[in-house]
Ligand binder design. Structure first.
Ligand code: NDP
Length: 479
């Protein structure tokens, strides 16, 4: 399959004719070629988005909401294709891709259609005047997304940007271009206004960088690693662009001594190993109260050993491959480092060779490591793979200190039967999102984002609509 860029409503080859290979990491096979685009392709996409800006921003809010619903309906009718492509592109289990990626991509459009429909105009009365706030589009916006939840994260940005009247130049990760391409096919099939959404495929340091640098791109919404986020921020800041950064995490799962240990073990395993640990919200540091440590660890190890690593196409597979051989090497190097730092392997720790067609795929067993210092590299750096470290604490105060002992601050979960105690603890953790007795339980209206090195700004509901609009206050003096 040869994928092309989608610019001005047409599939177009890259101007310089160069292509990259795209692989299925579970089978180690090339499945597509994608444009190795350059700054010239980005220029063409920005021109297209700029030309479409006047027309799209002149649509009424109701008309734009109507288009979001049309996209959602068309995407919904191809949900099984979305799941299949996402599974093939990332190596994630098809059942996970169906339940999470495909459904949420449709939901993102419906959610922002509903949310925009219910927007109320902000008004602030004074004793002698009335303020009212209007929303204007920002203009052309640049959307840059990673490979772990490809269409889910792309549509999470596209939907609010569209409904607020912006036009888009987006770059998906070059490792996972398939579903962005499917979305373009869908846009073409429903005669979506041309030039409003433009997708340019290619490498981050060329295409991503060109989008961030372009003077006509007025806002950048970026989800990806912290190191890349720093480059994006350094590029965008002097240009005074609006900037949203959703970056990495090293999240704590905290098991208090009064927790329902069986539910907590299930929750901690899910938090650590969903999508092979390749979710920014994954709980990769498991902090356990001394009093229940042995009992909890036995339950957790049993839970993890029960997970089936296998062919992503099979319905009983819990864990598929990681994103690439290179990434697996990186993850395995962290495990080696942990062992050298006196870590104890409780389960996993090795690459797996599965039967055909997965014999050379990037599979590894879910890994739990104990007896490693809370300030070691494995316990503080984002590994972004199926590896979690386990640590003991002897008081809630120590649990908080340990949870905060990282440069990241995205998410975390606390497991306890004493909700006031859980809340008191959660409120002292330096993170943007905390769950009590659950994990990744999302209401899309709530603020989503991190503190410290996990990012800048919030997405979700009003926060996304505010980011993708320029708020203008008009103050009318009474007679
Ligand atoms: P990267 O930071 O490597 O890449 C993210 C995107 O940025 C890719 O499309 C990449 O392109 C592009 N990019 C690379 N260099 C530049 C540049 N100089 N300018 C602009 N864009 C650039 O992240 P990964 O794809 O490896 O994704 C994993 C990371 O994403 C993890 O750290 C994870 O925690 C984080 N993440 C955060 C989430 C959150 O909401 N906080 C959610 C999901 C993931 P290319 O692929 O070609 O390199």
């Amino acid at each position: 399959m040869q994928i092309e860029n989608y610019i001005d409503g047409k599939f177009v080859p890259p101007l310089h004719g160069s292509y990259l290979k795209n692989s299925n990491p579970a089978e180690n096979t090339v499945i597509a070629t994608i444009p190795n685009s350059t700054v010239d392709d980005v220029e063409m996409a920005v021109t297209s988005a700029n030309n479409a800006r006047v027309v799209w921003s002149a649509y009424t809010l109701e008309e734009r909401i109507g288009w979001l619903r049309k996209i959602a309906t068309a995407l919904d009718s191809r949900k099984s294709e979305v799941a299949m492509l996402e599974s093939v592109d990332t190596g994630k289990p098809i059942k996970l891709a169906e339940r999470v990626d495909a459904s949420r991509s449709v939901r993102n459009f419906n959610f922002f259609a509903d949310h925009a429909e219910n927007l109320t105009q902000l008004r602030y009365e004074m004793s002698d005047a009335t303020n009212y706030v209007i929303r204007k589009p920002v203009g052309v916006v640049g959307l840059i997304t990673p490979w772990n939840l490809p269409l889910y994260l792309l549509t999470w940005k596209i939907a609010p940007a569209l409904v607020m009247g912006n036009t888009i130049v987006a770059k998906p990760s070059e490792l996972t271009p398939m579903t962005a391409n499917l979305l373009c096919e869908i846009l073409a099939s429903i005669n979506f206004p041309r030039g409003v959404i433009n997708i340019v495929h290619g490498l981050g340091n060329e295409v991503g960088q060109a989008i961030v640098e372009h003077p006509d791109v007025k806002a950048i919404s970026f989800t990806g690693g912290t190191a890349t986020g720093k480059i994006v921020a350094a590029t965008a800041a002097p240009l005074f662009k609006k900037l949203s950064l959703e970056l990495g995490g090293k999240n704590a799962t905290i098991i208090l001594d009064d927790a329902d240990l069986s539910a907590a073990a299930k929750g901690a395993a899910r938090a650590a190993f969903t999508n092979s640990g390749q979710v920014c919200l994954c709980g990769s540091r498991i902090l356990v109260a001394d009093k229940v440590y042995d009992e909890f660890v036995d339950l957790l190890v049993a839970e993890v050993k029960n997970m089936t690593v296998g062919n992503p196409k099979l319905a009983n597979t819990d864990i598929g491959s990681v994103i690439s051989q290179d990434h697996m090497e990186k993850v395995l190097s962290y495990i080696e480092l942990a062992i050298n730092e006196n870590g104890r392997l409780l389960t996993g720790g090795e690459p797996l060779s599965l039967p055909e067609p997965n014999s050379t795929g990037a599979f590894m067993s879910p890994t739990l490591i104990s007896e490693i210092a809370i300030d070691s590299r494995c316990a503080t750096e984002e590994i972004f793979g199926p590896v979690a470290t386990i640590h003991r604490f002897d008081s809630d105060k120590q649990a908080i200190e340990m949870a905060n002992q990282t440069e990241y601050g995205l998410a975390g979960s606390v497991w306890t039967t004493d909700i006031p105690r859980g809340k008191a603890l959660a409120e002292q953790i330096e993170s943007g999102i905390l769950w009590i007795n659950t994990w990744l339980h999302r209401d899309l209206r709530t603020p989503f984002g991190g503190v410290k090195n996990s990012g800048l700004g919030r997405e979700g509901g009003d926060w996304s609509l505010n980011f993708f609009s320029e708020l203008t206050n008009i103050c009318v003096k009474d007679d």
